[in-house]
Design a protein around this ligand. Structure first.
Ligand code: GTP
Ligand code: MG
Length: 307
């Protein structure tokens, strides 16, 4: 290396990595594991992540800005379509794309769609087979699909393939090495002590929504949204008022539960987790409100950041 091309000292690799893939493959679990902190909520419900979440990892070798995106899922109405659109748009202008596949389940239409998108990508592409802790392994089916797509599209893209378990951490250090190798040299984009720039109000709402999702089944989660109305930061305790939107009266009853038990559980679990996250006690007041067809209401979707 000549003197002219030598990199200035103190500057490592720095870049933005979009984490994309079908819903439920484990993108948010993977981001949380890479950061060692929970920045993005996780559940086994489809499209758990509803906003783009930036998670920032700063190490001596550089800084990586991960974009956790909503998982692509066959569109269910306005909200679902918006989330798919946001996820697809997130790959524009990033330094590298990390496509997450669930190795333990067969390729689905949404995986096919992402592999096709990767086939015309110009920047670095990394493909991580997640859930390697499970016995069922469909990785050869995904590779066959990729080879077909590559041939059909006459693509020159050569992704880096790797296997991980975001749940138990297997392969995650190797994945991080691959990612750092694939982002450019440059100064960090964020101060080194910031983990996310996701607004506190949205994060608190997400934590409440995650607890709700853990108790609600099937279709109901899609009909639920949480909006934090107010945060009062007291010295010893933060008081938060939040509204839980549902679409119908019958759903209100389900969310509250028999004798208010479900809502109480959600409040207590969320208060506990928020205490762990922020190091301060929380007092949550939750209101369940019926907002007919909120998923079709542009203004509500906009307020929630889903439009
Ligand atoms: N066994 C196993 N389960 C995992 C792993 N990673 C994630 N999961 C589980 O998969 C489910 C979905 O995880 P999420 O991280 O919410 O998935 P996501 O891709 O962010 O989903 P969306 O936000 O809906 O797109 C959760 O129940 C996780 O606990 C893994 O490596 N192994
Ligand atoms: Mg997610």
């Amino acid at each position: 290396m000549t003197e002219e091309t030598a990199e200035p000292t103190g500057i490592g690799n720095s870049g933005i990595v979009a984490i994309v893939g079908r819903t439920n493959v484990g993108k948010s679990t993977l981001v949380n594991h890479l950061l060692g902190e929970k920045v993005s909520i996780v559940s086994d419900t489809v499209q758990t992540t509803r906003n783009l979440i930036r998670a920032i990892l700063t190490e001596p070798r550089g800084q990586m800005v991960f974009l956790d995106t909503p998982g692509v899922h066959k569109a269910q109405g306005e909200m679902g379509k918006n989330l798919n659109k946001a996820a697809r748009a997130a790959v524009q202008g990033v330094d590298a794309i990390l496509l997450v596949l669930d190795r333990s389940s067969k390729p689905a239409l949404e995986d096919d769609g992402w592999l096709r998108r990767l086939a015309r990508e110009e920047g670095p592409c990394i493909i991580a087979f997640n859930k390697s802790d499970r016995n069922f392994n469909c990785s050869s089916a995904y590779k066959e699909l990729w080879n077909e797509i590559k041939l059909e599209k006459e693509s020159a893209v050569e992704p880096v393939w790797t296997s991980v378990s975001a749940l138990n951490g297997d392969g995650m250090a190797g994945l991080l090495d691959i990612l750092f190798e694939n982002i450019p040299v440059g100064p960090p984009l964020f101060p080194d002590d910031i983990l996310t720039d996701y607004p506190r109000k949205l994060n608190i709402a997400d934590v409440i929504r995650e607890k709700l999702f853990h108790r609600l089944h099937d279709e109901l989660p899609h009909a639920v949204a949480v909006w934090v109305e107010e945060i009062v930061e007291g010295e010893k305790k933060w008081s938060v008022e939040a509204s839980i939107y549902v679409e119908r009266h019958s759903q209100k009853g389900i969310v509250i539960g028999e004798k208010g038990r479900l809502l109480k559980w959600v409040r207590e679990q969320a208060e506990k987790e928020l205490y762990e996250m922020y190091g301060v006690r929380f007092k949550l007041t939750l209101w369940v409100k019926v907002e007919k067809n909120w998923r079709k209401n542009f203004w509500i979707l906009k307020k929630l950041g889903y439009a």
